[in-house]
Design a protein around this ligand. Structure first.
Ligand code: CAA
Length: 698
């Protein structure tokens, strides 16, 4: 069925697009739109055309599943140019999220009207491309160079009020019926004999004779570090800057060329894999069978960094929060942190004073556990010690109704073991937040042996309310993220003991695109955290495991990283970032001597190969054991919790790209040195022998 239909109301024509769920501009939509314009071109009696998509949202952009497929048909850019050239009023009647190609269609129309909740944007940069249907030329003409570039380089969604203030839309209608809004506006235009306003002819904000190079350079510098390694932000700036010197349609052709360069780049592929992976996290068995409960009242146990962050994430979601801590002082400290974070948001104009007070009004602190007995869901965030956790859940089991959902924010411990102290373990699960929990998007939802589908569905829905990306994980030491982290950290320690420099490893990983190298991460998180884990695991370590003591030697000196001013690097007001701690090399040297290792040189390639191979190896084991349901979930965990470059799509997607046979060969060659650590998972051998990829398991 043609997703584009035309109807007529007197001299007004209504072009309606319907391509659920988000009216993405697929090949059929492009064909349908072109046919509609060709038909309307011929109809002289039609004075005004309304383009709308009355279901969930106005067009949310190109259909990104079609990228790189070369399906032919008219380009959206051609369609937009034809729309703009029509000799009758063309009105885009917007609602929902007109994004990317959707906003580009709207900007090619002569007028844009919107409902109050509409948000517009050009988020292509987040997908590794640039607006390729006139967006880089039309948005600056409507909103100015600065606002236009700002929108295109951040991909932010701009609310209708801000859009009208910046000239992107013309009028806001209180009514939500986009067709009647369009008809009313069209009648007004016809009655007033208004002038057609073509965006390409609008020179009020961008004057061709003016030199914008200074402004553009300032913006380029502003986003330089944010967009490090990325290809498309530069292409966006180039398209805008070069367009200023070209006639409009020459600028459009130039934009198209830059668009195609981005379209066929591996970064685009990686970022679109990331986009779909983040939506696929919801494809889990529990969400197919169970309904979630609507949670409004949350309890948080523990007022440390995690408990405070989790409380803020819950408050931001409009929930009522009661926090319980052992002593009053800690509650006060936590409240102070929450208050100062919100005050900062007020100072930065992100929220009003009224909103801040409302958020704080939803927070209560106390020292008695009984205080949280009325909560619908409780998140425990105390020390990582099994006995303490068991004691807390034993008490909660007594004081809370049997349907209160009980969650632990543990990052390693066995949820099944904790659940044993409750009478009904089906309401128990893990909700593993990442620090700072009010900011970080990742939330691992740990499903125990007995956790019910309803409990899982509720935790997912709460996570989304808190603006998190929830990822389902089974129970194992460290779950998806930290278990993989432990593996590649050990591989890294092996390399260091064998002769690699800590600072070379960090540099190589940064150059690969990760936000930080592994030793920078240790310094940031606090070396004592990993040390405690190593001590906890020591009794279970096999004699055959190779154990490197260098990190223990560092911790024994109290060098826990940033919080104490010294770790693998030095920190302080006058210390340059990434200044190595000069004593670390000495420790490495003496440890190598102690265990009788003759240090060898590691090339950058070998460092990267070993690091990535260890990461992917543990990822495959996690899939084999069904801890993660699909490879793309591991990608989401790594992109959102561990600073893996989003444009590489995540470690499993990256492994697909470099070839699983290469990963397998690496494992087999390292296996010769240490078969205990580098044992090869059957699943990987099977995938390679069948010529399949991880993406075939998604
Ligand atoms: N193409 C194809 N499918 C899309 C899509 C798109 N542009 N946008 C969303 N979808 C799909 C999602 O994958 C999801 O599918 P499943 O239900 O199968 O998982 C479904 O639509 C609903 O999406 P969300 O779960 O994200 O729904 P939401 O209500 O939370 O958010 C949204 C809606 C704000 C539109 C969000 O989906 C979004 O941001 N989409 C991407 C918008 C975008 O980037 N547009 C620019 C595209 S590139 C372009 O237009 C280039 C150009 O210049 C021509």
């Amino acid at each position: 069925m043609n997703p584009v239909s035309i109807s007529y109301e007197g001299e007004i024509s209504i072009v309606k697009i319907s391509n659920p769920p988000v009216n993405a501009i697929s090949l059929e939509v492009r064909n349908g739109l072109l046919d509609a314009i060709n038909e309307l071109e011929k109809k002289e009696e039609v004075k005004a055309v309304i383009i709308c998509a009355p279901n969930r949202t106005f067009l949310a952009g190109a259909d990104i599943r079609e990228f790189g497929k070369n399906l032919g048909g008219p380009t959206l850019s051609e369609i937009c140019n034809k729309i703009e050239k029509l000799n009758k009023y063309v009105i885009a009647s917007l609602h929902g999220t007109p994004l990317g190609g959707g906003l580009e269609v709207a900007m090619a129309c002569h007028f844009r009207i919107a409902t109050p909740n509409t948000k517009v944007g050009l988020p292509e940069v987040l997908l590794g491309i640039l607006p390729g249907a006139g967006g880089t030329q039309r948005l600056p003409r409507l909103a100015g160079i600065e606002m236009g570039l700002e929108m295109m380089l951040t991909g932010k969604h701009v609310p209708s009020q801000e859009a009208i203030e910046n000239g992107i839309i013309d009028k806001i209608f209180e009514h939500t019926d986009t067709i009647s809004n369009g008809i009313n506006y069209a009648k007004e235009l016809i009655q007033n004999n208004s002038k057609i306003k073509r965006t390409s002819e609008n020179f009020s904000k961008v004057k061709s004779e003016e030199d914008y190079s200074e402004i553009i350079n300032e913006i380029r510098n502003k986003y330089k570090s944010k967009h490090k390694n990325l290809f498309s932000p530069n292409a966006i700036i180039e398209s805008v800057q070069q367009g200023l010197k070209l006639e409009f349609y020459a600028a459009i052709n130039n934009e198209r060329k830059l668009f195609e360069d981005c379209l066929y780049s591996p970064q685009r592929e990686g970022l679109i894999h990331t986009f779909f992976s983040e939506r696929a996290v919801n494809k889990i068995p529990e969400l197919k069978t169970a309904k979630s409960k609507d949670i409004k009242k949350v309890g948080v146990i523990g007022g440390g960094t995690m408990g405070t962050g989790i409380s803020m994430a819950a408050l931001n979601a409009g929930l009522s929060v009661i926090m319980v801590e052992r002593d009053e002082e800690l509650i006060k400290k936590s409240f102070k942190k929450i208050e100062s974070t919100y005050q900062r948001n007020v100072d930065l104009g992100r929220i009003s004073l009224e909103e801040k007070n409302k958020l704080l009004g939803n927070f209560i602190g106390g020292t008695e556990l009984e205080k949280i007995a009325d909560r619908e869901l409780i998140i425990e965030a105390v020390f990582e010690e099994m006995d303490i956790k068991k004691e807390i859940f034993t008490k909660l089991n007594k004081i809370c109704p049997s349907d209160t959902i009980l969650a632990s924010n543990t990052s390693y411990l066995d949820i099944n073991e904790i659940a044993k102290v409750t009478n009904n373990p089906e309401r128990m699960l893990g909700m593993h937040f990442f620090s700072p929990a009010n900011i970080m998007k990742l939330l691992e939802i740990i499903v125990g042996e007995k956790t019910s589908a309803e409990t899982v569905a509720t935790a997912f829905s709460l996570g989304k309310k808190m603006k998190k990306i929830p990822v389902r994980s089974g129970v194992c030491d460290g779950f998806i993220g930290n278990r993989i982290l432990s593996k590649y950290l050990v591989a890294t320690y092996h390399m260091v003991e064998d002769g690699a420099s800590i600072y070379d490893i960090d540099r190589v990983i940064r150059e690969f695109g990760c936000a930080m190298g592994p030793f920078q991460v240790i310094d940031l998180a606090g070396g004592d955290i990993g040390w405690a884990t190593r001590k906890r695991k020591a009794p279970f370590r096999s004699k055959n495991d190779r154990y490197v003591e260098i990190p223990d030697r560092v911790c024994e000196r109290g060098w826990f990283g940033q919080k104490v001013g010294k770790g693998y690097y030095l920190y302080g007001k006058d210390v340059k970032p990434l200044t190595p701690n000069p004593e670390i090399e000495e420790i490495c040297k003496s440890e190598r001597e102690r265990v009788g290792i003759n240090p060898k040189e590691f090339s950058d390639k070998e460092i990267l190969d070993r690091y990535i191979t260890a990461l992917v190896l543990e990822g495959v084991k996690i899939l084999e054991e069904k801890i993660a349901i699909k490879p793309s979930d591991i990608d989401v965990v790594y992109n959102n919790g561990y600073g893996f470059p989003r444009w590489r799509g995540g470690p499993m997607n990256y492994a697909d790209k470099i070839g699983l046979d290469k990963i397998l060969n690496n494992i087999k060659s390292y296996e010769k040195e240490n078969s205990n650590f580098w044992s090869c998972p059957k699943l990987l051998e099977q995938l390679v022998s069948e010529g399949r990829k991880f993406k075939d398991l998604n």
